[in-house]
Design a protein around this ligand. Sequence first.
Ligand SMILES: [Zn+2]
Length: 271
Amino acid sequence: MPELPEAESIARALDHALAGRVITKVEVFFPRLRTPLAPLLSAGLPGRRILGCRRRARYAVADLDDGRALVLHFGMSGVARVEDARRPRRKHEHVVVTLDDGRALKFEDPRRFGAFEVQELGPDGWPVSLAGIGVEPLSDDFTGEMLFLASRGLRRPAKELLMDNSIVTGIGNIYAAETLFACGIAPQRPASSLTRRECAALVRAARRILRAAIRLGGTTVHDFRNVDGSEGKFVQRLKIYGKAKCPRCGSATAKVVLGGRTSWYCPACQH
Ligand SMILES: [Zn+2]
């Protein structure tokens, strides 16, 4: 599942490929992904110019010249490509948006947990469906003090705190594991036991790891591909996620399932 760095890489690539282009045709080839696709056909999209593309949480938001936006979520297996419109459609390409330069934005999603919608923007300048999600981890709003306050009274594990989208959005399973390892904090520690100092360290580590992952185009695990088909290179930088041995002390790593997701950690280094 694409996490924040992958979504950021995709949004930047889409911005480069789509900014200034005019939509000439919209086709859908399946009734619905996570949400129905038919509204795309009746939304009056042909003739609309795409101003650019930006990211919020794990969504790519392509702004249109009429104040609406295309909102893409990649679910488990979604892939967005911008390529020659004449290239034959792949089996699981459910949405094809043809552009005025002979290319097309194609959305492929074999498992169909993704979404491709057109939405109005809300008062905050973001699509209405994205209202109420937590702060962006790379924004100035994500601070140690903010995380510390959010963790007070929370018996849930520290890892779930980092992955709670209503608190901070876009730190998924891989990056939460890496962040906790960097800070020597066990994923199952109750969030309420985190100190101010630990919360500040978690914020610094999460930002550093996410920035590095964005620089390297994200982490390829399973089906993720960037918009040009290349794979993210951050996977080579992972220290604990999916590892059998701790790179710091050499101990065998342990796994624990929290909130339905497997978390690797080092029992010797993380407490
Ligand atoms: Zn260790």
